[in-house]
Design a protein around this ligand. Sequence first.
Ligand SMILES: C[C@H](O)[C@H](O)[C@H]1CNC2=NC(N)=NC(=O)C2=N1
Length: 116
Amino acid sequence: MTGTLESKSCTPCRGGVPPLTREEAAAYLANTPDWRLSEDVKLIDRRFTFANFQDAFAFVRQVSELAESEGHHPDIAFGWGYAQISLQTKKIKGLHENDFIMAAKIDRLFSPEKNG
Ligand SMILES: C[C@H](O)[C@H](O)[C@H]1CNC2=NC(N)=NC(=O)C2=N1
């Protein structure tokens, strides 16, 4: 599934689509195991670690370019040695397949051997 998730592109976020249920989100999460599902099933998040601030910032820059190309944007907090990324489809105030596509693509940008 991750292979297919990562090879997919985000669909335009239309309103009126119901957010994923806990069961649906859990099924997707099995394919992005490094991400956590919030208790309220509203978002997924992951903490990435790096050797320093510059490496964290460079990763954030890559993620921002990916978000622009996919038209689907995460919330990001970062600092020396870390980047905390969360994903939610704002338009439906919950999770959509797009969020898991982005998670799979973001995971590909992060290569542990290069980072902390
Ligand atoms: C018009 C534009 O495509 C939409 O506003 C997109 C932009 N990026 C988005 N990103 C996220 N995470 N959720 C959205 O609902 C969303 N909507």
